[in-house]
Design a protein around this ligand. Structure first.
Ligand SMILES: NC(=O)C1=CN([C@@H]2O[C@H](COP(=O)(O)OP(=O)(O)OC[C@H]3O[C@@H](n4cnc5c(N)ncnc54)[C@H](OP(=O)(O)O)[C@@H]3O)[C@@H](O)[C@H]2O)C=CC1
Ligand SMILES: CC1=C(/C=C/C(C)=C/C=C/C(C)=C/C=O)C(C)(C)CCC1
Length: 316
């Protein structure tokens, strides 16, 4: 099989970095990775992690998904503009009451998470259609299927991504192109740190007392614990993504976190849409102690299974 050219966006940290490194270090050398980032001053962690693949199976390039010219320049710099696998990963989060967010902040989230993907495809899709080959892989989120308290705009941006892809997938089929949405739950990356820090320093004066209290004492208070108990690593998500890229018949949707799937299943279990909303409401407002205890229990189980794995014993 010929080596496949892979372009990944947002490789300065997190999932993008982990995926670029994993694919570039593929033992069978099946990929040539174009690992892109908007700010090349941030390339050191990727260079370090890439090791010997740097300059061989991994090249670092500048690409800002909010800048059409930067996308064009990057794609033009790739031999024959050939991109066999596009991984649209660049993205950002935003949490908090909407009363305390500016429209400009919200627009930046939509511009990055949704229009970023649209800009990439406007440049890359015509080539893929002409060649009648290509795989478009999008790092979406469980929030592309289901909204979560105080993530209104972020969830909207990922819903936009999912709606766009669901529509495009039908046309793509005609051109023998594949489209896959990767849907991680919480992942411990810079995303989590940035979002939490911004949330902690958010000016909540525009919100009523009850909302501000809910955000601070329920959402932010539980945030770290949710990531510690249910969170995956970027490497774990990268491993799932590679499997999807290598699959003979890649699925349209793939959730990476089995601990999270019980929540998303609620969405499909009730066509009226009330079940997930009522369940989340009860978890947050009525059974918060049980919810918190369950998270602690999961954290303990995962810690124990990792510990026994570290000691050389397979986890139970
Ligand atoms: N972490 C999580 O819990 C989850 C994350 N996701 C999704 O995974 C993807 C990767 O996030 P993750 O690795 O967690 O977070 P990181 O913050 O570690 O990585 C995000 C990457 O996107 C880049 N980026 C942001 N804006 C732009 C832009 N305009 N052009 C190009 N690159 C840009 C960042 O660059 P810079 O360093 O310059 O800011 C960074 O490289 C995102 O789409 C996110 O929505 C999905 C589910 C859960
Ligand atoms: C599980 C759960 C909660 C929080 C989930 C979180 C915080 C998920 C984060 C997902 C991310 C960060 C996805 C990124 O794309 C709530 C609403 C507190 C209560 C109900 C159950």
């Amino acid at each position: 099989m010929a080596r496949r050219n892979v372009l990944i966006t947002g490789c300065s940290s997190g999932i993008g970095l982990a995926l670029a490194v994993k694919m570039a270090n593929d033992e069978q050398k099946r990929f040539k990775v174009y690992a892109t980032m908007r700010n090349l001053a941030k390339k050191e962690p990727l260079e370090e992690a890439a090791g010997r693949s740097l300059g061989k199976t991994l090249e670092i390039k500048q690409l800002d998904v909010c800048d059409e010219q930067s996308i064009k320049t990057c794609v033009n710099s790739i031999p024959d503009r050939r991109i066999d696998v596009l991984v649209s990963n660049a993205g950002m989060g935003l949490i908090g009451p909407i009363e305390c967010q500016t429209i400009d902040e919200m627009k930046t989230v939509m511009d990055t998470n949704f229009f970023g993907l649209v800009r990439l495809l406007k440049e890359i899709l015509p080539d893929m259609k002409r060649r009648k080959s290509g795989h478009i892989v999008i790092i979406s989120s469980v929030m592309g299927i289901q909204g979560i308290l105080f993530n209104d705009v972020y969830a909207a941006s990922k819903f936009a991504v999912e709606g766009f892809c669901e529509s495009l997938a039908i046309q793509a089929l005609k051109f023998k192109l594949q489209l896959s949405l990767i849907e991680p739950g919480p992942v411990v990356t810079e995303f989590e740190r940035k979002v939490f820090e911004d949330g902690m320093k958010m000016d909540l004066s525009a919100a009523d007392e009850e909302t501000a209290e809910m955000f601070t004492n329920i959402y932010l208070k539980n945030y770290k614990q949710i990531f510690q108990s249910l969170g995956q690593s970027a490497e774990d998500v990268a491993e799932h993504t590679v499997k999807i890229i290598l699959a003979e018949n890649p699925p349209f949707r793939h959730q990476t976190n089995t601990l999270y799937t019980p929540m998303t299943t609620l969405k499909y279990a009730d066509p009226n849409g009330d079940l997930p909303i009522d369940t989340f409401y009860k978890m947050v407002f009525h059974h918060d102690k049980i919810f918190s205890a369950s998270l602690n229990f999961i954290k303990l189980l995962r810690w124990r299974s990792r510990k026994s794995f570290d000691l050389g014993k397979p986890s139970q």
